[in-house]
Design a protein around this ligand. Structure first.
Ligand code: DGY
Length: 364
């Protein structure tokens, strides 16, 4: 019953957008159902949590049984000022990769005991500053690798075989009687029999390698940890870049990987190669990739992530030929996003209880 009432209170808070009215309505509800129970006291004992977006599945309903939630209900992601307003008196923050958490923000949120990001990547959070303040950072590894590998492979196929451009051609009336079957139309690059270089052999890179082998590709792999993976020939970074027909990126964005695929690296790729990026935008020199697509040195590319998101209107990739662009949707399947939300809530609850987080990005 208590859980139900608290969930009710949260729902009312969200509708009203204000805690005061919500508490009043929740108290009325509580009194109606439980006689003299002081519902205000009950609520005030619970930790305060700011959640920066509604999440799929029922994870937030479970969280609402253990915390007083304020869920951001504005359109899209909260602005930095909204994030600060929501988090400055909170004990816990459940955020997304769009929410920048830096040292200045942490300074102004003195009560925060745990931050849980509904993402595997945590490059939006200053881990050093959080660790210095003793704040554990939760993240969601282990649940999105297969879904992201599926999507990366979809990008690879779509880029290699001009799927998006061909779709546009059909819709825009280009498929006319004179062009009903053009021997030189939409000529792509064969995937079967090609060499794929996987940069980063973590969960997603390994899942991608499995798919590639199923498509008859030879798979090369490079990782900083020098992992040995069955069916993947481990090579040095330079050899991977120079030998691969397709290069796909699966490393986290860290100071070491920022700019890893720079102009010189792009130029060292094979002529006619295809580059796929569904990891983080900052890893790639986007202007160099755009120039290589224009010159024809790269045959095609598929990018789901960008240095600035949303993509800046003057990003040179927007005007480059033979590139498939998607808006950071690698993990976007119904069940994966619900699993990510479950893990994010588990991490948050552990932090609020003072227990070790099941998945902690800063090891505290
Ligand atoms: C993550 O969780 O870091 C992914 O980029 C989301 O798709």
């Amino acid at each position: 019953m208590v859980a139900y009432l608290l969930a009710y209170a949260v729902a009312v808070r969200n509708q009203d957008g204000g805690a005061r009215g919500a508490h009043a309505k929740a108290s009325e509800a509580a009194n109606a159902r439980r006689g003299s129970c002081d519902f205000e006291d009950l609520l005030s004992d619970l930790p305060q949590v700011f959640v920066t977006r509604r999440l799929p599945g029922d994870a937030l309903a479970r969280l609402s049984e253990r915390a007083q939630l304020t869920v951001w209900e504005g359109t899209g992601a909260p602005e930095p000022s909204d994030l600060l307003n929501g988090a400055q008196d909170a004990d816990g923050l459940l955020c997304l990769l769009t929410d920048r958490v830096d040292a200045a923000f942490l300074e102004r949120c003195p009560r925060l005991r745990v931050i849980s990001s509904c993402s595997v990547g945590v490059d939006h959070i200053d881990l050093v500053a959080a660790t210095a303040r003793g704040i554990p950072i939760g993240h969601t590894p282990g649940v999105l690798a297969q879904t992201t590998a599926d999507f990366s492979f979809a990008l690879l196929l779509a880029a290699a075989r001009h799927v998006v451009a061909a779709d546009r051609f059909v819709r825009e009336g280009g498929w006319t009687w004179g062009h009903r079957w053009d021997p030189e139309g939409f000529l792509g690059v064969d995937v079967y029999g090609a060499t794929l270089g996987v940069v980063g052999l973590g969960e997603v890179g390994r899942a991608l390698a499995t798919r590639a082998r199923g498509f008859g590709m030879r798979v090369l792999g490079w990782s900083r940890r020098r992992r040995e993976i069955e069916g993947v020939e481990r090579v040095e970074f330079d050899a991977l870049i120079e030998r691969s027909d397709f290069v796909t990126l699966h490393v986290a964005l860290t100071p070491e990987t920022r700019g890893l695929i720079d102009r010189a690296t792009v130029l060292r790729m094979r002529s006619g190669a295809v580059l796929v990026n569904a990891s983080r935008g900052g890893i790639v020199d986007e202007a160099a990739v755009a120039a290589s697509l224009r010159s024809g040195h790269l045959a095609a590319a598929g990018f789901d992530v960008f240095r600035d998101e949303p993509i800046a209107p003057d990003n040179p990739l927007l005007a480059a030929p033979n590139i498939v662009l998607t808006p950071h949707i690698g993990s976007a399947s119904v069940s994966t996003r619900a699993r990510m939300a479950d893990l994010a809530v588990e991490n948050l609850l552990a932090g609020l209880d003072g227990r070790p987080l099941p998945h902690c990005a800063n090891g505290s």
